[in-house]
Design a protein around this ligand. Structure first.
Ligand code: AHG
Ligand code: MN
Ligand code: MN
Length: 364
């Protein structure tokens, strides 16, 4: 019997670097540090209650909220620490930003500062931790502005305000039945599966490609009364199935871990929507631009899919704040383009005025 020869993440990164003969290796070293943080988080997730990591960050404190106004779980905090600790020492970073930190994180004086910015959601889907459902980590690597690199000064929020198209790399780790890392360094998207015996991410899904068409969509339907008309129209048409304007039946999924939904879509196609809605006028969407929408958007587009706000390509949006929220639609190209088109077309009469509508599950 011959054993199957597989590439490790390190080998993959070395191969990718050959495209840039002048590259220093800093970028790859940083990505390997990020991968190490993900392995450490995977271990904490896998031990679950055995290592007393579940539950609220500080159970004795009743209002334990992060800058997002969201409850912080103990694993949110632990995962954030793994990210900072495993990446700050390498000399590759100028600064970091995270969902769990109000302000940019400064590389300590004692460490060397480098030319990249790391932005991350240390644990995505954290409402699923206590119920043993898949969660993940999402990260994005940007180049620091030149004056930051030259001066080594502290980073400020505006240093991170770069459109998603400028990401040098983006990826996520998925802590599911197997631990996986999906990565793009701007040359397609590749998936790696953690071999728990070797402690190595092995290349198992080279060159991921999202089918352009799909019959599966994901949206939190409990928000339907807050959706804008183009989203209502799209979902209604999917629900109408074979007898509706789409002429085919659709299936629906909602995991409440965006990273897990992104992974399903990368594996078999589909469309995910957390669109802008009217639920809370102070929040233009639920998900965050810099460490959720942009990195996932980058990977999806590198795999031939599309990511959008509904109104414009996600990767073209110029950020205006570190924890900015935004409407997000991504997945199979033709479906995302259809949703974008619905945002430009006049609203059909039956969507505008439900009195004219056929019966529908999600009609107000
Ligand atoms: P996080 O755990 O990092 O705060 O993100 C959770 C996000 C996302 O993963 C998921 O799709 C969405 O919140 C779920 O929102 P609902 O609770 O509205 O379903
Ligand atoms: Mn998240
Ligand atoms: Mn999170």
């Amino acid at each position: 019997m011959t054993t199957r020869r597989r590439f490790t993440l390190t080998q993959y990164l070395i191969e990718q670097r050959r495209r840039f003969p002048g590259a220093s290796g800093d970028f790859n070293a940083l990505l390997l540090d990020v991968a190490l943080a993900c392995k450490a988080i995977a271990r904490s997730v896998a031990f679950g209650e055995l290592s007393s990591v579940l539950g609220h960050a500080e159970p004795e404190v009743t209002t334990n909220v992060n800058v997002q106004g969201e409850e912080q779980k103990r694993l949110d905090v632990i995962s954030n620490e793994y990210f900072t600790q495993m990446t700050e020492w390498g000399g590759h970073l100028a600064g970091m930003a995270s969902e769990e930190m109000d302000h940019p994180y400064q590389i300590p004086e004692a460490q060397q500062r480098g030319k990249y910015l790391l932005v991350f959601d240390p644990l995505d889907g954290s409402s699923n931790i206590d119920v043993n459902v898949t969660v993940g980590s999402i990260f994005s690597i940007l180049r620091a502005p030149q004056d930051v690199i030259d001066s080594g000064r502290d980073v400020v929020e505006t240093d991170f305000f770069q459109p998603g198209s400028q990401q040098m790399a983006a990826g996520y780790a998925l802590y599911g039945p197997t631990t996986m890392l999906v990565l793009s360094v701007g040359n397609g998207a590749a998936g790696f599966t953690l071999d728990p015996n070797l402690g190595q991410f092995m290349l198992t899904h080279p060159n991921l490609q999202i089918p352009a068409d799909t019959q599966e969509f994901a949206i939190n339907a409990s928000n339907s009364r807050f959706w804008e008309p183009p989203v209502k129209r799209y979902v209604d048409e999917c629900l109408a199935g074979k007898t509706g304007p789409r002429g085919k039946d659709f299936n629906m999924r909602w995991i409440a871990s965006m990273v897990a939904e992104a992974h399903r879509i990368l594996m078999r196609g589909g469309v995910f929507m957390y669109p802008r809605d009217t639920k809370d006028p102070s929040k233009p969407g639920r998900l965050r631009l810099l460490y959720e929408a942009n990195p996932i958007g980058f990977i999806i587009e590198q795999a031939g899919g599309r990511a959008s706000t509904g109104r414009q390509p996600m990767l073209g949006v110029m950020p205006t704040s570190l924890h900015q929220r935004i409407g997000l639609v991504f997945g199979s190209k033709n479906e995302v383009e259809r949703i974008e088109r619905y945002h430009t077309e006049p609203v059909p009469r039956e969507i505008e005025n439900p009195l004219f509508a056929p019966r529908s599950l999600f009609r107000d």
